[in-house]
Design a protein around this ligand. Structure first.
Ligand SMILES: Nc1ncnc2c1ncn2[C@@H]1O[C@H](COP(=O)(O)OP(=O)(O)OP(=O)(O)O)[C@@H](O)[C@H]1O
Length: 218
């Protein structure tokens, strides 16, 4: 469902251009859960951003389902993010002026795929049933991250991209949040690509890849 083929990305820099990704290739099948690991600065976030259409590659090809991400214009990539991809960042990126319930439903509403039964189940499973009318600032970090996960999953995306989703949480909370996310991702049959520094969390995915000096091993 995801195919990445000889993807390259170079950033301009004061000391000259830096090649961050040098011909990265891999594929994911429907329902795969994959941990993406590598040292700080190895290009993990860059790779996720390119796949999610948040940034453009210099060369190479990314295909999600029927969509060739690398051939889409800005509008096409925005549509793909709205319709097929759920993204969870380390910073929760919730909308402070919306309630928890409205944050959770936000992306599904944009995609025209609001499913109130699924919203209710997500809310229950994520332990947010008593918090729907609160605002993000009234929640703990772990609760906010659960809202961000709920928002990403509410539209039932085919692909979930998560960038250190538990990096801001203590280890126990992080593990619980990840467990929930894995359960919910598996329930929807989505494919998960997750950046993590934690070997323990990576061990719970069915595949692992390691990014080193712009290339993958694993
Ligand atoms: N917009 C940008 N402009 C210039 N350089 C950038 C930009 N974004 C990232 N870089 C550089 O590209 C390299 C890879 O960054 P990236 O954030 O992808 O790494 P990472 O593996 O996700 O790191 P971390 O684990 O610390 O989050 C780094 O050297 C970074 O400084």
């Amino acid at each position: 469902m995801l195919s990445v083929d000889t993807l390259s990305k170079t950033y301009p820099g004061e000391a000259g251009p830096t090649a961050v990704l040098k011909g990265v290739s891999f594929g994911l099948d429907d329902g795969d859960t994959m941990a993406l690991q590598g040292e700080s600065g190895s290009g993990k976030s860059t790779l996720l951003h390119l796949i999610g259409g948040l940034d453009r590659a210099d060369s190479g090809r990314i295909v999600i389902g029927e969509d060739e991400v690398t051939a889409l214009d800005d509008r096409g990539r925005a549509r793909l993010r709205r319709d097929s991809v759920g993204i969870v960042f380390q910073q929760f990126n919730l909308i402070p002026s919306l309630t928890v319930a409205d944050n959770l439903a936000f992306q599904a509403r944009l995609a025209g795929r609001r499913d109130t039964d699924w919203d209710a189940r997500l809310t229950e499973r994520l332990g947010l049933a008593d918090h729907g009318k609160k605002y993000p600032e009234q929640l703990s970090g772990g609760q906010q991250q659960r809202v961000a996960i709920g928002r990403a999953l509410a539209a039932k995306p085919r692909l979930v991209l998560a960038d250190e989703p538990t990096g801001n949480l203590d280890e126990d909370t992080g593990e619980r949040v990840l467990d929930l996310m894995l359960d919910l991702v598996r329930e929807t049959g989505a494919t998960l690509l997750m950046v993590t520094h934690s070997a323990q969390l990576a061990a719970r995915m069915n595949r692992r890849l390691y990014l080193e000096r712009g290339a993958l091993s694993g």
